[in-house]
Design a binder for this molecule. Structure first.
Ligand SMILES: [Zn+2]
Ligand SMILES: [Zn+2]
Length: 353
């Protein structure tokens, strides 16, 4: 999109608050169900979406709260019904989702909708006022030099305003194509990897992988990883799988946490994401686009943090293979994240050890 068409879009949107709201809503509730992804996992992640929405709501960040309540409504009130396993899922879960939709999500989303529409409508009035003012200034300023100066200043203000608006509209909660530029920050305690490696030591000595789930809280639009949950698991020299997902989920829920990624060891290999790891990680990023994968390779003294980039996310979503298999290397399917360590202590919730 060139800058001119962006400008036109902006002008159209800001002066038409109804249209702006519709576009804003459509953009943020564009959800596609992955029919290959386990429906139980979709159902379980609903609680985490609500937890995050409630945090935004309590912090008076009504724009983000509205986006999440709306996404919940669209995902669980509509999209999930198109999943091929919908008719087979637990009736109690469906009743619970409907209860949440009717008692929490719809009433809150409806209130927030009015609030956001009012903001858009006020901004439209402000925009009209600016345009009218501009006309008067144009008339009054016969002096060419003075006129140019004011125009330049107005353009600067206009650009700032436009940038803020576009940031709002492209505010990414979900799988938008440019979401990698709008990821919310994840803060990871700097002792988490060493402590995890201590827990994994016995397995590592036997050349067996260990995995843990990274979980934490959402505060002021940032994610803080505060816990590593070590689930019941089965490891080999190059794989590791969790054994009782329900139990794992209970621990996450009881501690009011949000799943933010996972960590695992490669006892005798380097730190990379195998094809199986890429598919595992896809499941995490499907629910939280910012979710990270940490791979620790103690025998190479190497620890890396990965996220799937948009190309990788797309490729894995379309790949129907399982077990170890090749993926395209160009473009690279993941990005290595660095520099987001912060000093505070991680807590371990052990199911297994
Ligand atoms: Zn691995
Ligand atoms: Zn694959």
């Amino acid at each position: 999109m060139n800058s001119n068409s962006q400008l036109n879009t902006y002008t159209d949107l800001v002066s038409d608050p109804e249209l702006r709201f519709r576009k804003f809503f459509d953009f943020n509730t564009k959800i596609e169900i992955d029919p290959k992804y386990n429906i139980e996992k979709y159902i379980r992640s609903g609680r985490q979406i609500l937890r995050m929405a409630d945090v935004y709501f309590s912090e008076h960040d009504y724009l983000h709260a509205f986006i999440l309540y709306s996404r919940f409504a669209v995902l669980y009130g509509h999209c999930l019904k198109t999943h091929p396993e919908y008719s087979k899922c637990n009736k109690a879960d469906i009743l619970e989702i409907n209860r949440e939709l009717n008692t929490i999500v719809f009433p809150k989303a409806e209130k927030l909708k009015l609030y956001i529409k009012e903001i858009f409508s006020n901004e439209a009035k402000e925009h009209q006022r600016m345009l009218a003012e501009q006309k008067i200034i144009d008339k009054l300023n016969n002096n060419e030099q003075e006129k140019n100066k004011i125009l330049a200043q107005n353009e600067h203000e206009f650009n700032n305003f436009k940038e803020n608006l576009i940031n709002d509209i492209v505010s990414d909660i979900g799988q938008s194509s440019n979401s990698k530029y709008n990821f919310r920050k994840i803060i990871l305690p700097n002792d988490s990897i060493d402590k995890f490696l201590e827990k994994a030591y016995a397995n590592t000595m036997q050349n067996v992988e260990t995995c843990g789930i990274l979980a934490g809280q959402l505060t002021q639009n940032k994610f803080f990883i505060s816990h590593v949950v070590i689930p019941k698991q089965k490891g080999t020299s190059d794989t590791c799988s969790t054994q009782n997902e329900n139990e794992l989920c209970q621990v996450i829920d009881q501690n009011n946490l949000i799943t933010l990624g996972w960590i695992h060891t490669h006892p005798s290999q380097t730190a990379f994401l195998s094809s199986i790891d890429l598919h595992t990680h896809y499941g995490y990023q499907l629910m939280i686009p910012e979710a990270i994968a940490i791979v620790c390779a103690p025998s190479y003294n190497q620890n890396s943090i990965f996220v799937l980039n948009p190309d990788g996310f797309k490729e894995i979503s379309q790949c129907g293979l399982s077990g170890f298999h090749p993926h395209s290397k160009i473009p690279q399917l993941f990005e290595v994240k660095k520099n987001f360590f912060q000093l505070f202590l991680i807590k371990f919730l052990n199911i297994y050890f």
